[in-house]
Design a protein around this ligand. Structure first.
Ligand SMILES: *Cc1c(COP(=O)(O)O)cnc(C)c1O
Length: 392
């Protein structure tokens, strides 16, 4: 018996990745050399975006995306409760208010109908959001055509939190192409589709937004003489024009990301194959898997299952049973509005009933490219065991 603990996700590092990082370590520039530029260019090429800016995390990228879109005190940013806290925290860094749009049961994604209803109400109260952040949960794109259409009517910006979704698509447009958004953000954390250890990316088709993000991620400094506002600057001097941060991705990290990018399609195919295998095996169990829209290709960053209504009371038991048997199940996510920080801001249980219901019946099973067939079979056998136990 294989009793190794299986995490829900795990990075995939090969010899070429290691070699790429070592090469940069032996070179003259550990940061801000050519490698992060090359990485940005290759990402733009891959997702067909006009521009790409690299960051030291997706959290940094989200913060700067909000700043570049002038999110300020008194403004509203809307996102979904079923996401990692960073999707909401970026508004708080800008002293803006956060609000949430509840989800669809079938996809777990921000519900466009609820977004529309909330926009109608907000419009009457004069509290329309400046930015909406749809989150492509588990790697499946939100209904971007509809959200984009609403943005044109109600005048908000869209930042896609595609931390899970690099390599995915919506209507055959690569996620990151910004066909339906101002900016798209990817995470390169080790559990995500490709990694740079820590790292993030923001893509856009606006040269103005690209420039602004680059400046803000580097102290608010510009070295572009054409943009200087002062008169006494010589060739070798830079100008700090506003308060920025040091959020840049180092070349050491970028080298890992660049090497990983070569295997992006392979990773996404592999994840889709595992997902198909799981779905087929689970078809007779009292669970539903999150279903991407038929015009979406998911990356299956996560494989999330939902218990059918009669079984939700066993959620904790099932979770603990799998954990006890070495399967690193996880809840993605506890609704953000129920985190103590957000409760202190005035949110409470009952605010977003669909998200709250979702979190009481969902869990993620292991899925990652190097997951072995015997381990997939072990997960499936345990899942079948549990329901036998519960029914008997
Ligand atoms: C991982 C993640 C982030 C943050 O990514 P970091 O690169 O770790 O900062 C943001 N949003 C979502 C949905 C994520 O899963």
């Amino acid at each position: 018996m294989n009793s190794e603990f299986l995490p829900y996700g795990r990075q995939n590092i090969n010899d070429k990745d290691i070699k790429s990082v070592i090469e940069v370590l032996k070179s003259d520039f550990l940061t801000q050399g050519k490698v992060h530029k090359e990485f940005e260019n290759q990402i733009s090429k891959k997702v067909k975006s006009g521009f790409c800016v690299s960051f030291n995390s997706a959290t940094s990228a989200l913060h700067i995306a909000c700043m570049a879109l002038n999110l300020k005190k008194g403004d509203y940013l809307w996102t979904t409760p079923i996401t990692f806290v960073a999707s909401a925290n970026c508004a708080r860094y800008c002293n803006a208010e956060v609000d949430f749009v509840d989800i669809e049961e079938k996809t777990g994604l921000m519900a466009p109908e609820l977004l529309e209803q909330k926009l109608i109400n907000a419009s009457k109260e004069g509290k329309l959001p400046k930015i909406v952040i749809p989150v492509h949960l588990a790697g499946a794109s939100c209904n971007m055509p509809k959200i984009y259409e609403l943005s044109k009517i109600y005048g908000f910006h869209i930042v896609e939190d595609a931390s899970h979704a690099i390599g995915g698509s919506c209507n055959n447009y690569a996620v990151g192409s910004c066909k339906y958004s101002d900016i798209t953000v990817f995470s390169l954390h080790p559990v995500k589709i490709i990694t740079s250890a820590e790292g993030g990316l923001a893509t856009t088709n606006s040269s103005r937004l690209c420039k602004r993000m680059r400046t803000l991620a580097s102290h608010g400094i510009t070295k572009d003489q054409e943009d200087f506002v002062g008169k006494n600057f010589e060739n070798w001097i830079y100008e700090q024009q506003e308060l920025g941060f040091n959020y840049r991705l180092s070349d050491v990290h970028a080298a890992l990301g660049l090497s990983q990018l070569e295997r992006l399609d392979y990773f996404v195919d592999k994840r889709n194959n595992i997902a198909d295998f799981y779905k087929n095996e689970f078809s007779k169990l009292p669970i539903k898997t999150l279903e991407p829209y038929d015009y979406v290709r998911s990356t299956y960053h996560l494989f999330i299952v939902q218990l059918e209504d009669d079984y939700t009371k066993h959620h904790e038991y099932i979770f603990n049973y799998l954990r006890g048997n070495g399967i690193g199940v996880q809840l993605h996510y506890l609704p953000v509005h129920l985190q103590p920080y957000y409760i202190d801001l005035g949110f409470s249980q009952g605010n977003y009933p669909l998200s709250e219901k979702y979190s009481k019946k969902s869990f993620s099973l292991p899925i990652f490219p190097s997951l072995k067939e015997e381990d997939i079979i072990r997960v499936i056998a345990l899942m079948k065991d549990i329901f036998c136990k519960i029914i008997s």
